[in-house]
Write a protein that binds this ligand. Structure first.
Ligand SMILES: [Zn+2]
Ligand SMILES: [Zn+2]
Length: 156
């Protein structure tokens, strides 16, 4: 049996209490870890509502530590933009300050929606067109042959 990493005793970076680290990469005790997850949720909510906040302001308003917020920025959960915090586009993760998508993605999505509308419309149009052709064929009783086309072109 392979021995797992020996549990080590550490001091929690947040509260300073001694805790047992079974994984070798914990920096805070389980209690502070839980609190950080809670704080993260609050911070994410806050940034969505106040995208142009600074890290300092977020800490002040949410009670989260500066370290937590800057770690979140480093992880790519937010973007620090000249001290201001933005959040990532839901599609490409580019920093944005409002909505769900950056302008490029929003334009792309709009285009996709328009295209699918247009496809539906053109299908509708094809149906009508084939109906028209069907009736005109019957009334005219004449089929256009490629020879006819060539002769017409020659006259020009
Ligand atoms: Zn702790
Ligand atoms: Zn985007």
């Amino acid at each position: 049996m392979i021995m797992k990493k020996k549990p080590t005793l550490r001091n929690c970076e947040e509260c300073g209490k001694v805790f047992v680290d079974n994984t070798g990469n914990l920096t805070v005790c389980s209690k502070c870890y839980e609190k950080q997850r809670e704080d993260e949720k609050i911070v994410i909510e806050y940034v969505r509502e106040h995208p142009h906040s600074t890290i300092k302001k977020i800490c002040k308003e949410t009670g989260a530590t500066f370290k937590l917020v800057s770690t979140m920025v480093q992880r790519g959960q937010f973007f620090a933009n000249g001290g201001q915090v933005l959040y990532p586009c839901s599609r490409c993760r580019k920093p944005i300050s409002h909505g769900l998508y950056c302008p490029e993605c929003a334009a792309l999505l709009n285009k996709a929606i328009r295209n699918s509308n247009e496809i539906a419309k053109s299908r509708e149009r094809m149906k009508e067109l084939s109906k028209e052709l069907g009736t005109s064929k019957r009334t005219k009783g004449h089929r256009l042959h490629w020879m006819d086309v060539r002769d017409k072109n020659k006259d020009k």
